[in-house]
Design a protein around this ligand. Structure first.
Ligand code: PGA
Length: 259
């Protein structure tokens, strides 16, 4: 099943990571985003924010209806039970979460997440109608050895192939985030981005024709001063924003650049 008009949706998503330092600050950031978003001239771009698990519910209460709530992860366990420290897709859905990051490079690195676990997480999200933002991207050594295309192909196929018939543009978004560009201030060149996004589009469409209209986001040091250039790249349908999403003005400037 493809989305309604077979058009590709634009998204700018803020990944707050382990920020800000208090609930008070998280709510202040939320209110500031909501106020600035209400004043935007164009509402063509969909917006999502991903606070910590702890702040999801409070942020939800302060969010405008047209801003989506995203979790930064989801449990591999579908059922409730003896899984200390986990939060499953059902609980996320229950409090109004509509999106979920899976496979962010920081989780791959610090939690040693495996491909099997990532498939399981996406599968659980699908079953609870949560749209997954599956993150892929190569480390610097891979880029330097010019194996970035095959590296990302492997990240896509090993995780998505087992669920190829269940994924479509309504339940899956892909974020290409070169690891060397995350939080470093180094942004991939326009040529780098265009090459990889075209490649990802080809791989996805070969996997399942329903993925031809899946939104492909770029992430990695997206800031107001580079957003317009990135937004102009073919096959770039939005951005996954880390650092700049903690500043409502910068975040909304990026949204405007994609409008
Ligand atoms: P950054 O983070 O914008 O701070 O580079 C992006 C991300 O990790 O999603």
């Amino acid at each position: 099943m493809s989305n309604e008009h077979n058009t590709i949706k634009k998204w700018v998503m803020g990944n707050w990571k382990l920020n800000p330092a208090s609930l008070t600050e998280a709510l202040a950031l939320t209110k500031s985003i909501v106020n600035k978003q209400a004043n935007l001239q164009s509402q063509l771009v969909n917006i999502a924010v991903a606070p910590t698990f702890l702040h999801l519910q409070s942020v939800k209460q302060s969010l405008a209806n047209n801003i989506s709530l995203m979790a930064q992860d989801v449990s591999t366990h579908a059922d409730n039970g003896a899984y200390t420290g986990d939060v499953n897709a059902a609980l996320l859905k229950d409090i109004g979460v509509s999106h979920c990051l899976v496979g962010h490079s920081e989780r791959r690195q610090y939690q040693q997440e495996t491909n099997e676990q990532l498939t399981q997480k996406i599968n659980n999200a699908i079953e609870h109608s949560i749209q997954t933002v599956y993150c892929v991207g190569e480390p610097l050594a891979v880029r330097d050895s010019e194996e970035h295309l095959s590296f990302v192909t492997e990240q896509l196929l090993s995780v998505l192939k087992p669920i190829a018939s269940d994924i479509n543009s309504d339940n899956l978004i892909i974020a290409y985030e070169p690891v060397w560009a995350i939080g470093t201030g180094k942004v991939a060149s326009v040529d780098n981005i265009i090459e990889m996004h075209a490649h990802i589009r080809t791989i996805l469409t070969e996997l399942n024709a329903d993925l031809s209209t899946t939104s492909l986001l770029y992430g990695g040091s997206v800031k107001p001063n580079n957003a317009t250039e990135i937004a102009g790249c073919s096959n770039v349908d939005g951005a996954l924003v880390g650092g700049a999403s903690l500043d409502s003005e910068q975040f909304l400037d990026i949204v405007s650049a994609f409008s």
